[in-house]
Design a protein around this ligand. Structure first.
Ligand code: 5GP
Ligand code: ZN
Length: 116
């Protein structure tokens, strides 16, 4: 299901251009418009799910596919050996700006922890 007012649903629909690097049946992955690392890709479900906090128990397989897509993105981007970070921001304190769940895949440099 898509939300016509949602930025990422509009990317899924092809209404807003994005640099897509990976696709699966239920996910797409594209480069972040404001990258925080040499590799910064967002992995999203094609369906509109707001956040991890609002995920239902029946979303387990979808979130599994999301994580495995993140793994495949990292491999495609050459990060399998060097490592990478996978981040899901949830809600206001989590720093979530786009209300369509997305996993950030970050890599290509050493990343500090915790982030600022
Ligand atoms: P959040 O803060 O919600 O976890 O992350 C949202 C991310 O979406 C940010 O890193 C931001 O740079 C990225 N973003 C926002 N608008 C666009 C857009 O139109 N296209 C792409 N590719 N990324 C976007
Ligand atoms: Zn959406």
């Amino acid at each position: 299901m898509q939300d016509p007012n949602c930025l990422f649903c509009r990317i899924v629909a092809g209404e807003i251009p994005a640099d897509i690097v990976h696709e699966t049946e239920r996910t797409i992955s594209f480069r972040d418009i404001a990258p925080k690392a040499p590799v910064h890709v967002l992995v999203i479900p094609r369906d509109h799910v707001v956040s991890l906090g609002e995920a239902g128990d029946d979303h387990g397989p979808l979130f599994g596919e999301l994580m495995l897509a993140a793994r495949d993105v990292a491999a495609k981007e050459g990060l399998s050996d060097s490592g990478f970070r996978t981040v899901l921001n949830t809600g206001a304190d989590g720093g979530q700006e786009v209300m369509h769940v997305h996993a950030h895949v970050l890599g290509g440099r050493s990343l500090t922890w915790p982030p600022g």
